[in-house]
Ligand binder design. Structure first.
Ligand SMILES: [Zn+2]
Length: 534
């Protein structure tokens, strides 16, 4: 009696990304791990009566995609709540609210958003008068796509106690009509008047959002995902993740990064749940890095630059932490056993991050795999330093497509040359990710953006920085695994590793790059189990 597999894929074109055997026809797994890869006839011996056999019908098999930086719960909420990102008229927004009002018990909040008044025919924000007729029994709160403002209906204003007498809070404004009545639009800090009366998400709501995210990610071939900022949206967020994973609602392997702002420092250490740190957890759910913000965003003009923005020309953004605090935080994280992931977009922020990393971890910093998330405006001197330190860059190729035109406007042509580079990063550990729901998170769309480097308006964005398809695939698989210390378990289809894979209808290495994003995802497998099938 020889050993039999419990899962086999055959009649496939397998690109293993394993150097010893880059191509195969079949793969066998047992209890979630790969037993063997090889030719169909070699694997046939491993098929027994209890084997689940997946006939790929000539489809292309790759290691599953791995999103190294995304916001799983926020993405899930964007799927289950009102989502009006694509709205082109106020009527569409009203309709979306009406649909939610229809299936939400009276009195419960309806929330969501993503509208952009510049994309609306009316070229104005909706008002409470637009929303009230379809939501007489529900308080409604819709955020603007920027997050810097939002719109409330009359019921929500009443619950928040906002009337014509309410003064504007410092740093915010309650927008009013000609008669002085609030329109429902609340700018900047005025949003807090609503946010402080919004009820927290329940465990059930949180899990439902994770389930929606998990389903969508599985349909896109994602088998692993790192949440870049867990623990701040819902009161029982970690519990929701744990239960969603155990109950199979969230089929991916998940890492949760912890926001440093959620931790308290005591005697030079973070006081976090009995000293837990990066790597704690199971093969399905682990603690990731500590996330430390150093600056904001280019589009919001809050990313910290060495030289002012092109527009407005007197703004340079700012570091959200002074350099000494940064060093202190990294030292505490590092000595506490945490990997460090620093959000840094502007060149001044990247410089501050690299300086702090080198000061705390020394010239061999790379072996601790400190990460820079986004790493947007990478001036040539910083690139050299990054290379020397072997800091892991976690970048978002899809930004180039969706946000590239805005980057050019913010930075001008010269700095755009160094912005979100890829080819220049050869030799630096590199992981791909989406930052969803900021942009579309389908990995094949990210890969296409990395290869074409074309913006939404159809303009090339520094073509010399383009990646090959092979490089982009590696960054979205093994590169992402490396960023999570998981490259010996994931990212290549080799014996002993997890059987996490995706079956595609066409070979990304053979199709016209213009069509990469349209390649159908046929099947997604995590740990030898089919979690999605077209
Ligand atoms: Zn993010």
């Amino acid at each position: 009696m020889s050993m039999k597999a419990d899962f086999v894929v055959r009649h496939a074109r397998i690109r293993t990304m394993w150097d010893e055997l880059p191509f195969a026809e079949a793969l066998a797994a047992w209890r979630g791990r790969i037993l063997a890869v090889g030719r169909d006839e070699e694997i046939a011996d491993l098929i027994g009566p209890g084997t689940r056999v997946l006939d790929a019908g000539g489809g292309v098999v790759l290691p599953g995609f791995h999103d190294a930086h995304c916001h799983i719960l926020l993405f899930g909420l964007s799927l289950v709540e009102v989502n009006v990102r694509g709205a082109t008229t106020i009527a569409e927004i009203v309709e979306a609210v009406a649909a939610h009002a229809h299936r939400t018990p009276p009195g419960r909040w309806i929330r969501g958003g993503g509208y952009n008044e510049n994309k609306l025919q009316e070229r104005r924000h909706p008002t409470r008068h637009d929303l009230d007729p379809v939501s007489p029994h529900h308080p409604v709160w819709l955020s603007h796509v920027s997050g810097h403002m939002g719109i409330a209906n009359s019921r929500a204003l009443a619950i928040a106690g906002i009337t014509r007498e309410t003064p504007d809070p410092p740093g915010g404004r309650i927008v009013r009509d000609a008669e002085g009545e609030p329109t429902g639009l609340l700018l900047e800090t005025a949003q807090e008047l609503i946010k402080r009366v919004l009820p927290p998400y329940t465990l059930e709501e949180t899990k439902a959002a994770l389930e929606a995210a998990g389903r969508q990610m599985a349909a896109e071939g994602i088998t692993a995902a790192q949440d870049a900022w867990a623990g701040w949206i819902a009161p029982e967020e970690f519990r929701a993740y744990q239960e969603a994973v155990v109950e199979g609602l969230l089929p991916q392997r998940i890492w949760l990064m912890v926001d440093v702002e959620r931790l308290t420092l005591r005697d030079g250490r973070f006081d976090f749940a009995f000293g837990l740190h990066t790597g704690f957890g199971s093969e399905r759910l682990k603690l990731g890095a500590i996330k430390i913000f150093t600056d904001g965003s280019l589009i919001g003009r809050t990313a910290a630059l060495r030289q002012p923005y092109m527009d407005p020309p007197d703004v340079t953004g700012m570091l959200v932490k002074d350099p000494r605090t940064l060093v202190e935080l990294i030292r505490c994280a590092h000595t506490g056993g945490w990997q460090v992931a620093m959000h840094a977009i502007g060149d001044r922020a990247i410089e501050a991050a690299l300086e702090a990393i080198e000061e705390v971890m020394g010239p061999e910093a790379g072996r601790f795999r400190p990460r820079i998330e986004h790493c947007g405006v990478l001036a040539p001197d910083l690139l050299e330093r990054l290379r020397r330190l072997q800091v892991v860059v976690v970048t978002q190729p899809r930004f180039i497509y969706e946000l590239g035109d805005g980057f050019r406007g913010a930075l001008g042509e010269e700095r755009a040359r160094w912005t979100y580079p890829l080819a220049s990063l050869r030799g630096v550990p590199l992981a791909f990710s989406s930052d969803r729901p900021v942009v579309d998170g389908a990995p094949l769309k990210g890969i296409q953006a990395a290869v074409l480097r074309c913006t939404q308006s159809g303009n090339p964005f520094v073509l010399e920085e383009a990646f090959t398809v092979e490089e982009a695939l590696r960054a979205y698989t093994i590169g992402a695994a490396y960023a999570a210390f998981a490259e010996s378990e994931l990212g290549a289809l080799a014996p002993g590793r997890w059987a996490d894979l995706v079956v595609l209808g066409e070979d990304p290495l053979e199709v016209n790059p213009e069509r990469l994003a349209e390649i159908p995802v046929l099947v997604t497998v995590v740990g030898g189990k089919i979690v999605w099938e077209q």
